[in-house]
Design a protein around this ligand. Structure first.
Ligand SMILES: N[C@@H](CCOP(=O)(O)O)C(=O)O
Length: 536
C-alpha cells in the first residue's frame, strides 16, 4: 500500500542523529533556503525551526493516495500544499576548478560543454546556501529517503536532489529509481584471496540498464526534458560509447520519448550492450573506428546539429554519478572507508566519486575522504603512464583491444578531472594485464559474484596493492563494480572453455557426459575423489 506519508521524506519523523564531533553546529534553516523535507515546514515562517526545536513527527497518514493520482500527481499536491521546494539552492556551470563565484559561469539551461578557453566545465553548487544546514541535517534527510517510492526521492540520485539539480521541477525528472545499489560484503573473496575482513563491492551495475551510467543519465536526460519543455531546440541526445553509456542514454530517452543517437565502435562492444540501444529504439550507428574516433565524431556533430551531447564531457552527468560516493558513506552509516577503487576509461567517474566524497566532507557529513585508486587495463592505460611519469607529461595512446572493453579508451576526455581527484585524495593508479583481469574476475565469480571484466581490473589493482602492503588486511576497502557481469558472458564463456590462448588458471569448464546412469556416476565418482568437495 502506498501511503501518502511516503511522499513526505519523513525526515521529521526522525530524531536527528548526534552531530559528528568534527561538525560545527549551524543553523538548521535559513531564510530563503528550504529543503523539501518535512510536512512540518511552515512556508510562512521558514526560520521557525531551529536546532533547539528539531522538527517533530507529523501524524502518520497511512491512507492510500486517490486512485486517479499517480506518484507524480501526489508529489505535486504535497508540494503545493506545503509550499515546499528547493528554492535558495542553486547550481551553475563554471570552468573546471573555479568557484561558484567565478566571473565565467553559465546557467544549467545553457547548452555548453566547454569553457571559453576550451577547458572542461564543472557544475558548482552554492555551497554557502547548502552549508546553512549542518551535516547531521543532511545525513538525516538523505537517510530518511532511502527505500521509498516518493517521487522523485525513491531514486538514489534524486534522494540527494538538493545536491544534484536543485532547481529542476520534479515533474521534469526522468528517473527509473536508479541508485540505492547493493554494497556487497565480499567475505569469502576477501578472506580467501586477500586475507581481508572488510572488503566491499559496490554493485553499481545492478541497476536499470546494468551499469553506473544510469546515475548520470537520469540527470542529463531530465535536464534535456526540461530544455525541451522550455522550447529549446534539442532534437535528440547523442553519445559515443563503449556500450554502457549508449544503453543508459537510449533507455532514459525512450522513457521520456526523446530521440537518441548512439555512435558505437563496430565490433568492439558486447552483444548484450549492442542490443540494448537497438531494443530501446535509438538510432544506432556502428562505425568502423575505436571509441576515441566515435568521441571525436560526436563532438563534431553536436557542435553542428541541435543534438545534445550525453558523454561525461558534459559535466551534468557527473552530478548523478557522484551520488554513488554519498551512498557508500550512507551505507556505512556515515563512516568513511579507507580506500575506494574505481575502474577508469573516459575518467569521469573517478572525479565523480571524489566530488561526492568531498561535498560530504565540506558540508560536515563526514570528517575526511577515502584514498582513491583508479584502475586501468594495461592495454588502455594513458592515466597509468601519466601517473608513473610523476604527472609530468600526458600522452594519449591508441587503446589496444581488451576484455575490459568498456574502458578501451586511449584519449580520455576527463583526464584533468581524474588527475585533480587523485592528487587531492592521496590517490594511486594501477593497471591490470589481460590475464590478471580475467583471472581476478574468475576468482571473484567463484566466490559467488558475477562481475564484469572492468571490476576484474579494479580487483587486480586491489590484489597488487594488498601484496605490496599498501592496503592493509583490516583496511575498509570498497571496489566499485561498474557494470553487470551478464553483459559480458562471451568473454566469461571463452575463459572457462579454454578458448583464450594462455588463459584459464581458474577455469571451470562444463563436463560433457553421455545421458546414462553409468556415465554420470563415473563423472561424480571422479569428482568425489578430487579435492573439490572438501568442506571449506
Ligand atoms: N565507458 C563508456 C565510455 C564513454 O564514457 P562517458 O564517460 O562519456 O560515458 C561507455 O560505456 O560508453
Amino acid at each position: 500500500m502506498v501511503s501518502s506519508s511516503l511522499f513526505n521524506p519523513s525526515f521529521s519523523t526522525l530524531t536527528p542523529k548526534p552531530t559528528n564531533p568534527t561538525t560545527k553546529r549551524k543553523n538548521r534553516l535559513a531564510p530563503n533556503v528550504i529543503a523539501c523535507t518535512s510536512s512540518t515546514y511552515d512556508s510562512s515562517s521558514p526560520t521557525t525551526s531551529t536546532n533547539s526545536h528539531p522538527p517533530t513527527a507529523p501524524p502518520h497518514n497511512h491512507s492510500r493516495r486517490n486512485a486517479e493520482e499517480n506518484i507524480k500527481d501526489e508529489a505535486r499536491r504535497h508540494r503545493s500544499a506545503s509550499g515546499c521546494d528547493s528554492r535558495g539552492f542553486m547550481a551553475r556551470y563554471v570552468p573546471f576548478n573555479a568557484g561558484f563565484d567565478s566571473a565565467e559561469w553559465y546557467s544549467l539551461d545553457d547548452i555548453v560543454y566547454r569553457s571559453r578557453s576550451g577547458g572542461l566545465l564543472d557544475v558548482q553548487h552554492d555551497m554557502e546556501a547548502l552549508s546553512r544546514f549542518d551535516g547531521a541535517y543532511w545525513r538525516s534527510l538523505f537517510d530518511s529517503r532511502v527505500g521509498k517510492t516518493a517521487w522523485p526521492y525513491g531514486s538514489g540520485v534524486w534522494s540527494k536532489k538538493e545536491w544534484v539539480l536543485p532547481e529542476i521541477d520534479p515533474d521534469d525528472i526522468v528517473s527509473a529509481f536508479e541508485g540505492n545499489s547493493n554494497l556487497f560484503w565480499a567475505e569469502r573473496f576477501g578472506k580467501q584471496y586477500l586475507s581481508m575482513n572488510d572488503l566491499w563491492v559496490k554493485h553499481c551495475g545492478i541497476s536499470h540498464t546494468g551499469s553506473f551510467k544510469d546515475l548520470g543519465m537520469t540527470v542529463l536526460v531530465s535536464q534535456v526534458n526540461r530544455l525541451r519543455k522550455l522550447n529549446r531546440t534539442v532534437v535528440g541526445v547523442g553519445c559515443a560509447s563503449t556500450g554502457d553509456t549508449s544503453a543508459a542514454l537510449s533507455a532514459y530517452c525512450a522513457a521520456a520519448g526523446i530521440p537518441s543517437i548512439v555512435f558505437l565502435p563496430a565490433n568492439k562492444i558486447s552483444t548484450a550492450q549492442l542490443v540494448q540501444p537497438i531494443a530501446n529504439g535509438a538510432l544506432v550507428l556502428s562505425i568502423d573506428t575505436d571509441f576515441d574516433g566515435c568521441m571525436k565524431l560526436i563532438r563534431e556533430i553536436t557542435s553542428e546539429l541541435p543534438i545534445y551531447l550525453a558523454n561525461s564531457l558534459n559535466s551534468l552527468r557527473l552530478e548523478g554519478q557522484k551520488t554513488a560516493a554519498i551512498e557508500i558513506l550512507q551505507q556505512f552509516d556515515w563512516e568513511v572507508p579507507d580506500w575506494v577503487i574505481v575502474p577508469g576509461g573516459n575518467l569521469g567517474n573517478i572525479y565523480a566519486f571524489y566530488k561526492g566524497f568531498k561535498m560530504c566532507k565540506d558540508l560536515g557529513l563526514v570528517d575526511r575522504i577515502p584514498r582513491l585508486v583508479c584502475a586501468q587495463a594495461a592495454n588502455a592505460n594513458p592515466l597509468y603512464r601519466y601517473y608513473k611519469s610523476g604527472w609530468k607529461e600526458f600522452k594519449a595512446v591508441t587503446a589496444k583491444s581488451t576484455f575490459a572493453s568498456a574502458i578501451q579508451i586511449g584519449d580520455p576526455v576527463s583526464i584533468d578531472r581524474a588527475v585533480f581527484a587523485l592528487r587531492n585524495s592521496e590517490g594511486i593508479v594501477e593497471e591490470a594485464s589481460e590475464e590478471e583481469l580475467m583471472d581476478a574476475m574468475a576468482q571473484a565469480d567463484s566466490t559467488g559474484m558475477f562481475i564484469c571484466p572492468h571490476t576484474g581490473v579494479a580487483l587486480t589493482a586491489l590484489i597488487k596493492l594488498r601484496r605490496s602492503g599498501v592496503i592493509g588486511p583490516t583496511d575498509r576497502t570498497v571496489v566499485v563494480s561498474t557494470a553487470h557481469g551478464l553483459k559480458f558472458t562471451q568473454s566469461k564463456t571463452d575463459y572457462h572453455s579454454g578458448a583464450i590462448p594462455g588463459m584459464g588458471q581458474f577455469a571451470n569448464p562444463p563436463v560433457t557426459v553421455n545421458p546414462d546412469f553409468g556415465s554420470v556416476m563415473d563423472v561424480l565418482r571422479g569428482f568425489l575423489k578430487s579435492n573439490r568437495l572438501k568442506n571449506k
